[in-house]
Design a protein around this ligand. Structure first.
Ligand code: F6R
Length: 621
């Protein structure tokens, strides 16, 4: 969580920092701040920071001149200490010489803080970050004559990184070494930008794309010294090394709203293209299904006797959908687990276990840790991610990328549907390698996925007004229930999650057959129930469950397959979905639920793209 940005070059730093923060604000928006070195003869370290969204910082900067060519910015998702001006980043050391921005958590900060307090250091905030600033200051030694700029700061940072535990990305600026930025990471993302006459750093590529496509992702326990002339990366002992360098292939437009009122709506409408892109080139020259990167012998897939899928939130729901396809086509048992729980029990993992780790960002700490735990036990790990070069993809044995483009809205939409599609590709790959499907059957199924973008286009065209009206109906409800069966269950979960996270309505998803075991007690007159009742082998069962809730007064909104004539008789409102193979239906059924949640949030005046208390990328445990 949190977004960090840094610039050193020949231009004015502040506009670069502010534009970068606007792009990174989705990562956290409890407070924002910048520090810039001003004045050239004896540079001064100036810091301006404010609780609240970036607009509050913009207001504070309106009357302040912060001219300078080196600076840092931060947008915060609070972990240690409330979201106040005082706890906002950047934090400075006691003498006001250096400033630091930080994303992540320092786990042993209490012990270090006690030591520093005993030593006479006074702290102004409750953050672990201020402790880092003080610790760097303690470790800094005046540079020897002739030492390269930044030497003192980078050596101090290396010493501090050897001392601290946790996951973090940090960047520092020091007025005594005024032409450099110094940065380091362990377990939290940090990318460096090589631009003409400037160097940049950011929590993600979107923060850099306006300036350069030449990007270098730092890996764990690397530190970097950035100057206008270039970037030098070393390990924690000062040995030269390098991060993972790559060229960004998407455009700045992809990270802008392009006329849509919110990123979420834009991203909902991008789903047909995102799915089509995710499916490009999935057959190799021999007509066989291929993954993007495979670092193990595909023959090993034949001996896989168990699949675990690990993920969080919406990505976890994609895993629950995929379980049905993998078990059906590849004939291997699948368990789907919340990543934050996985490594704290004793999952049975062997070299014959395949662990599929799903993460849009590829930076979710819980998912990365679950995948690392699996690899430690010699299980094979396949990553499904939307971000090339992200930590998860670097640490996996194989990768399938969802090619959804940048997802900016905090509520995930196009990442979810592309994850289901990428997992479908994986299911077919497993079926092909395990020979549970003939190659032509795999190709036939793949062709069904390839038809999805067309169906989605028509679905998005026709349902908008109906869903906006339904959203207004549910916006006053005390409680909205979502029910489904089979692969409709994860869509019920996902529909409820979308609604609760952006509208703040109380919503919950249930397997429809479970209602009678307790949740049906919640139903009273007019209470909305959204039922996924599309065609498939459990259709009749869902229709019965709809009747059960309706008999108790529920107002039922049903999703049914085009041409279905039975559901209409039992539901108050029906949203029709194109008829596709049962295992592919979730890619379509979730979309009206995304739109429903979107309109409910707009109707209630919520901040759709940046809902309260959330952040897009969760890099804390
Ligand atoms: C909900 C949402 C979150 C994420 C979760 C995992 O709309 O976006 O639940 O799905 O935080 O994030 P990734 O996929 O980046 O690991």
């Amino acid at each position: 969580m949190c977004g960090i940005i840094g610039y050193v070059g020949g231009g004015d730093a502040l506009p670069v920092l502010m534009n970068g923060l606007a792009t990174l604000e989705y990562r956290g928006y409890d407070s924002a701040g910048v520090s810039v070195l001003t004045g050239s003869a004896r540079p001064e370290l100036r810091v301006v920071k404010r609780a609240g969204k970036l607009a509050a910082l913009e207001g504070a900067l309106a009357d302040v001149g912060l001219a300078g060519t080196v600076g840092l910015g931060h947008t915060r998702w609070a972990t240690h200490g409330e979201p106040t001006d005082r706890n906002a980043h950047p934090h400075v050391d006691e003498d006001g010489d250096l400033a630091i921005v930080h994303n992540g958590i320092i786990e042993n900060f209490v012990e270090i803080k006690e030591e520093l307090v005993a030593d006479g250091v006074e702290f102004l905030s409750e953050t672990d970050t201020e402790v880092l600033a003080a610790l760097v200051a303690r470790h800094r030694r005046e540079p020897a004559d002739g030492a390269a700029p930044g030497t003192a700061l980078v050596e101090a940072l290396r010493a501090v990184m050897r001392r601290v535990d946790g996951q973090f990305a940090v960047a520092l600026v020091d007025r005594r070494e005024p032409d450099v930025l110094v940065a380091g990471r362990r377990g939290a993302p940090l990318v460096l930008g090589h631009a003409d006459g400037a160097s940049l750093l950011s929590s993600d590529v979107a923060g850099l794309i306006a300036h350069t496509r030449d990007v270098e992702a730092l890996t764990d326990d690397q530190v970097a010294v950035l100057t206008a002339e270039g970037i030098a990366v070393t390990d924690l002992h000062g040995e030269p090394t390098s991060g993972q360098r790559f060229t960004v292939d998407w455009d700045i437009d992809a990270a802008e709203k392009q006329g849509y009122p919110h990123f979420m709506l834009k991203e909902i409408h991008e789903q047909p293209q995102a799915i089509a892109d995710t499916l490009v080139g999935r057959l190799d020259g021999d007509g066989r299904i291929a993954l993007d990167e495979v670092r193990f012998d595909a023959a090993d897939i034949r001996t896989v006797d168990k699949v675990y899928i690990v993920a969080c939130g919406t990505s976890y729901h994609a895993g629950l959908v995929a379980k049905h396809a993998i078990e059906h086509w590849a004939g291997v048992g699948v368990e789907v687990e919340i990543a934050s729980e996985f490594r704290y029990r004793d999952p049975i993992l062997t070299p014959h276990t395949l662990v599929v780790a799903i993460s849009q960002s590829g930076e979710t700490t819980d998912t990365i840790a679950a995948a690392a735990h699996a690899r430690d036990q010699r299980a094979k790990v396949v990553a499904i991610s939307n971000v090339v070069g992200s930590t998860l993809t670097r640490e996996a044995d194989a990768v399938i990328y969802t090619r959804a483009g940048p997802e900016i809205a905090v509520a995930s939409t196009k990442a979810f549907t592309t994850q289901i599609v990428a997992l479908g590709v994986l299911a077919l790959f497993l079926a092909q390698e395990r020979r549970t499907l003939f190659p032509e059957e795999c190709r036939d199924q793949l062709a069904r996925y390839e038809a999805l973008p067309g169906h989605l286009e028509s679905l998005l065209e026709v349902n908008g007004d109906q869903l906006a009206g339904l959203a207004e109906r549910i916006a006053d409800a005390a409680y909205v229930m979502f029910i489904g069966r089979h692969n409709g269950v994860p869509i019920a979960y996902e529909g409820a999650l979308k609604l609760k996270e952006i509208s703040y309505l109380h919503a919950e998803g249930f397997p429809a057959g479970e209602m009678k075991h307790g949740p049906i007690a919640l139903i009273d007159e007019g209470g909305p129930v959204v039922a996924i009742a599309t065609r498939g082998h459990v259709h009749g069962k869902v229709v019965s469950n709809i009747q059960e809730v309706r008999a108790r007064g529920a107002e039922v909104i049903a999703l049914a397959t085009e041409g279905d004539t039975t559901v209409k008789a039992h539901a108050d409102h029906v949203v029709y979905i194109p008829d596709v193979h049962e295992l592919l239906t979730p890619v379509l059924t979730v979309v009206p639920l995304q739109v429903l949640a979107y309109h409910a949030a707009v109707h209630l005046g919520r901040d759709v793209d940046q809902p309260r208390n959330l952040a897009k990328t969760v890099t804390v445990e």
